[in-house]
Design a binder for this molecule. Structure first.
Ligand code: TXA
Ligand code: MG
Length: 317
């Protein structure tokens, strides 16, 4: 059920239930971080493996003390610059956080979301909210309340409109003096570097993923998706098929009436394009197409993130 009733959402959460939570990145499936009952239900209805830990959402840096300890100064610098916002920090866990939230890891993932409704809700509660993205395991992340409602029909979804960032948070951890990016997301690599100097990027580790959600196959639509750096020629192979094209800023010469072209940002704005990516995937996935073909985006800023998400969603690698 989609609702704007903040009080009802707060009551459900206090009674150890779970709700769909709008954030600026994607919608989350949220529960009281200290309630094992709520956390178990999140893993359960998401069909998420218990080895894949959740992100904790806090309302202010004061609340961080309940969640993490021994916070390195560089983490504070990043938080000061980017919170509230799409940055998740991996920090040493406070013993108060139940092991099920962190899959028994010694670290906990934390962020302060930049969404007025999420912050208003958190301010009504005296506990932080653990929330993974509100999609069944392996499916496209939701960027509007209706997406969550389709996935989890019997849950209350707080309506916060379309997610402004539209892709998940960037996950950053710290080992010795090194700053490590484990997942590309709404804050670009360049932005992280502007605060931390050098960073190490460790976001493709299928063997023993540090951020277990980073397996290379992820975020996939049901329709086969191809990702190419030569969209004109690649698409020609499918001229007799019904295909959906995901393009950055310009259309390509149309070869068939069966084709649907989705231009993510006619003004070639990568931020805008990123915010449209999942919504477009949701839309195309509902059209019964033979396949989706996405072009490679410029490899800079949020373009790197879009390329990362598309290559994980694609069939060809
Ligand atoms: O933007 C976002 O981050 C959204 C919104 C709802 O906040 N949340 C989100 O959660 O994307 P989720 O569960 O879909 O992705 C969380 C990622 C997973 O890849 C998980 O493995 C990683 O964070 N993670 C969480 N806790 C971790 C930990 N202690 N150590 C390493 N990775 C962790
Ligand atoms: Mg997710």
């Amino acid at each position: 059920m989609i609702s704007k009733d903040l009080n009802l959402a707060a009551t459900i959460l206090r009674e150890e239930g779970i709700i769909g939570l709008p954030t600026e990145t994607v919608y989350g499936l949220a529960g009281n971080v200290f309630s094992e009952k709520a956390i178990k239900e999140i893993y359960d209805i998401k069909q998420r493996p218990l080895y894949n830990p959740l992100i904790v959402h806090i309302k202010n840096t004061e609340e961080l003390k309940k969640i993490a300890i021994d916070i390195p100064p560089i983490a504070f610098e990043l938080a000061t610059k980017f919170w509230p916002g799409p940055l998740t920090l991996l920090l040493k866990k406070n013993f108060l956080v139940p092991d099920i939230v962190t899959s028994s890891k010694p670290t906990v993932a934390v962020r302060m979301p930049n969404h007025p409704i999420a912050l208003a809700l958190l301010n009504q509660l005296d506990f932080p909210l653990a929330a993974p993205s509100a999609n069944p395991f392996g499916m496209i992340s939701p960027t509007k309340a209706a997406h969550v409602n389709e996935y989890f029909t019997d849950k209350l979804v707080l309506d916060g409109g379309n997610c402004e960032t539209g892709i998940e948070s960037t996950i950053v951890g710290f080992i010795d003096n090194e700053v490590i990016i484990y997942r590309l997301g709404g804050i670009s690599i360049e932005d992280i570097k502007s605060v931390s100097g050098e960073v190490k990027i460790l976001n493709k580790n299928d063997e023993a993923p540090e951020a277990p959600g980073m397996l290379s196959k992820h975020y996939a639509p049901q329709t086969p998706l191809f990702f190419t750096n030569d969209i004109e020629n690649f698409s020609k192979k499918y001229k007799d098929n019904r295909i959906g094209l995901i393009l950055f800023s310009k259309s390509i010469e149309i070869f068939s009436d069966n084709w649907i072209q989705c231009i993510l940002s006619p003004k070639a704005d990568l931020k805008k394009a990123a915010s449209k990516l999942y919504e477009t995937l949701h839309l195309l996935d509902k059209m019964n197409l033979d396949c989706i073909i996405a072009e490679q985006f410029p490899d800079e800023g949020l373009g790197c993130v879009i390329n990362d998400k598309l290559s994980r969603a694609s069939k060809n690698d």
